[in-house]
Design a protein around this ligand. Structure first.
Ligand code: ATP
Ligand code: MG
Length: 240
C-alpha cells in the first residue's frame, strides 16, 4: 500500500480581501510530500512562497481546496484541534524569526513545549547546544547576532520533535559560513531522524541538495524538479 503523504495540498487557493479588492495569491496548488523527503520551494519575491509555506504547515486555512496532514483533512478540525496537530507534527522557522524579545534564548525554545504540555528544559538546552549556542542560552534576542537568532529559531522549531520542519529562507540573513552550518544541521536531522524538510530558499547550496524543487510564479507551480535554478543564472529567465 502506498504510504499516506505527510502533507498534501489539493487544489489550494488562497485569496486575501483588501477592501473591495480580492488578491488571488495562490491559484490552485497540488503537492504531496512524503515523510523524510527534502523539498525546496523557489520563486521570485511576491510569488507566494511564504503563503504556500503557511498552507503546507496548516498555519492558515485555504480559501478553496484541501490541506491534509497525515491524511487528515484540516477542514474537519476546529482551531484547537488544528493547533494541537500542528504543535505535535510541524516545526516552523519563519522568515523573520518571530522570537519573543523579552525572554532568553532558552525560554524561547521552552515556550512551544509549554503549549504542548511537555516542558523539558534539558531538551531545550540540548537543542541549543546542537545549534552551537550553549554559551548564549541566557541572552535575549536583542543580545544575539542575526545568525544566532536564526539558530534559536531552528532550536525552537525542533522543540516538540516534529516530523516536518518548514523553513522560510533559513539562510537568507546569514553569511556563507553560518549559512553552511545551518544547512549541515538541517540535512543531518533529515538523514538521521527522517525529518521531512520543506525549505523556501534562493540558496544554491540548499537547492542542489533537495530531492526535488518546486518553482512558483504568480501563485502557480510553473515547474517541478529538474536542474536547480537560482537567481542570476542564464536559465533563470526561461523559468521566471
Ligand atoms: N495577509 C496578507 N494580506 C494581503 N496580502 C498578502 C498577505 N500576505 C501576503 N500577501 C501578498 O501576497 C503576495 C505573496 O506574498 P508572500 O509573502 O507569499 O511572497 P513570497 O514569495 O514569500 O515573497 P518574498 O520572497 O519576498 O518573501 C504578495 O504580493 C503579498 O503582498
Ligand atoms: Mg516570503
Amino acid at each position: 500500500m502506498k504510504p499516506v503523504p505527510v502533507i498534501e495540498l489539493r487544489g489550494v487557493k488562497k485569496h486575501y480581501k483588501l477592501g473591495e479588492v480580492t488578491l488571488k495569491v495562490l491559484k490552485g496548488i497540488d503537492i504531496a510530500i512524503k515523510k523524510g523527503e527534502r523539498v525546496g520551494i523557489m520563486g521570485p519575491s511576491g510569488s507566494g512562497k511564504s503563503t504556500l509555506l503557511n498552507m503546507v504547515g496548516a498555519l492558515d486555512r485555504p480559501t478553496h481546496g484541501h490541506v491534509l496532514v497525515d491524511g487528515i483533512d484540516i477542514s474537519t478540525l476546529n482551531d484547537n484541534e488544528l493547533a494541537r496537530l500542528r504543535g505535535k507534527k510541524i516545526g516552523f522557522v519563519f522568515q523573520f524569526f518571530y522570537l519573543i524579545p523579552s525572554i532568553t534564548a532558552l525560554d524561547n525554545v521552552i515556550l512551544p513545549m509549554t503549549f504542548s504540555g511537555k516542558k523539558d528544559e534539558r531538551r531545550a538546552r540540548e537543542l541549543l547546544k546542537l545549534v552551537g549556542l550553549e554559551k548564549r542560552m541566557h541572552h535575549k534576542p536583542s543580545q544575539l547576532s542575526g545568525g544566532e537568532r536564526q539558530r534559536v529559531a531552528i532550536a525552537r522549531a525542533l522543540a516538540n520533535n516534529p516530523e516536518v520542519l518548514l523553513a522560510d529562507e533559513p539562510t537568507g540573513n546569514l553569511d556563507s559560513k553560518s549559512g553552511g552550518e545551518i544547512i549541515k544541521l538541517l540535512f543531518k536531522l533529515n538523514k538521521e531522524n527522517d525529518l521531512t524538510l520543506i525549505i523556501v530558499t534562493h540558496d544554491e547550496g540548499i537547492c542542489s541538495r533537495m530531492e526535488r524543487n518546486i518553482y512558483i510564479k504568480d501563485g502557480e507551480i510553473i515547474r517541478r524538479g529538474g536542474k536547480c535554478i537560482v537567481g542570476g543564472g542564464k536559465d533563470e529567465n526561461k523559468v521566471f
